[in-house]
Design a protein around this ligand. Structure first.
Ligand code: ATP
Ligand code: ATP
Ligand code: MG
Ligand code: MG
Length: 280
């Protein structure tokens, strides 16, 4: 295309100018071939075929970001909803993503096992996902927050390959278990600080060495909170899947757009996977 444009351009130039431009074009071609070897320095980072590709993004320095933007502790629903909104934009753009799971400031995107998007190049997939996620988070921010952004947030990204479906299921279970452990800790921690009047370090000291059962007990006996009644969104995180809308079908709860549904369900047990058969 570029060659065609250049030759068309040259045809309409006066003769004298053409000689000059021919020289420039010749020099450019020489320069191009002289420099082109640097292409070989690019590493081949294509992901192994027939493996599940997971791209996980995570907010950079969100501990500070959440403080500066007055997030409600321990869980700011606005940010969680905004994270899911940004994730749904990523899934809308990249149809090869079959599922996404998010909690706190992170989201994992699972590409179909046989995807050939960007020739499975890890850096391409990772940067496309993390840059679109970041820009969507900023783009939709005013829909969720009244205060303006104080500075641009960013998200790091990584690619991990899982050879078996069981490995992938274990990965997703690991992220959901992490959500549960952190959320239980944060719920007690902030109850001790905000309702119990402890300082941050006193609350940390109080919780050091405690087990899940101890934390549940503190919540229940001191603050009247039954952890199991906390919102599923906080305890389970969010899983985004595609659902084909049938003709005349009611739009079900949690649906972000026609196609993408957001669920706050357990993904560790088999029942979710039997019901949705996403990885088959
Ligand atoms: P890094 O850059 O290494 O990821 P980080 O400060 O982002 O550092 P994380 O381990 O990713 O640390 O933890 C994210 C932190 O962001 C949480 O510990 C919490 O303080 C805050 N955070 C994220 N989402 C929310 C939310 N929805 N509500 C309240 N706080 C949140
Ligand atoms: P890919 O997603 O593969 O990168 P692309 O459409 O972005 O595809 P590029 O090879 O990156 O293709 O080329 C960028 C194109 O964007 C240019 O060919 C040009 O058409 C357009 N473009 C970029 N910057 C400008 C600009 N400042 N002014 C006008 N056109 C621009
Ligand atoms: Mg982070
Ligand atoms: Mg994180």
């Amino acid at each position: 295309m570029r060659k065609y444009l250049l030759s068309t351009f040259l045809r309409f130039l006066p003769k004298r100018r053409q000689t000059l431009t021919n020289n420039i074009s010749f020099t450019c071609a020489m320069a191009n071939s002289k420099f082109e070897y640097v292409r070989n320095f690019e590493a081949d980072d294509r992901c192994l075929p027939n493996t599940w590709i997971v791209v996980r993004i995570d907010g950079r320095g969100f501990h500070k970001f959440s403080e500066k933007h007055e997030f409600v502790k321990p869980n700011d629903k606005r940010s969680l909803d905004l994270m899911s909104k940004a994730a749904s934009r990523v899934m809308t753009e990249f149809k090869e993503i079959c599922l996404a799971y998010g909690q706190s400031d992170e989201f994992s995107f699972v590409f179909k096992r046989d995807t050939d998007l960007h020739k499975r190049r890890a850096s391409k997939l990772m940067t496309c996902v993390s840059s679109l996620f970041s820009s969507a988070y900023v783009f939709h921010w005013p829909q969720f927050f009244d205060i303006p952004l104080k500075y641009p947030p960013s998200f790091d990204g990584r690619v991990v390959l899982y050879p078996t479906t069981q490995n992938l299921r274990d990965y997703l279970s690991w992220r959901q278990a992490d959500c549960h452990i952190n959320n239980l800790f944060n719920t007690v921690f902030w109850a001790l600080v905000l309702k119990g009047g402890l300082t941050n370090s006193e609350a940390e000291q109080r919780l050091s060495g405690t087990f899940s059962s101890d934390k549940n007990e503190i919540l229940f006996s001191e603050f009247g909170i039954n952890y199991n009644n906390e919102p599923q969104l906080f305890r389970k995180g969010s899983v985004l899947i595609r659902c084909k809308q049938k003709k005349g079908e009611e739009v079900e709860e949690g649906r972000i757009n026609k196609e993408i549904v957001i669920l706050n369900e357990d993904i560790i047990n088999d029942s979710f996977w039997i019901k949705h058969s996403i990885l088959d």
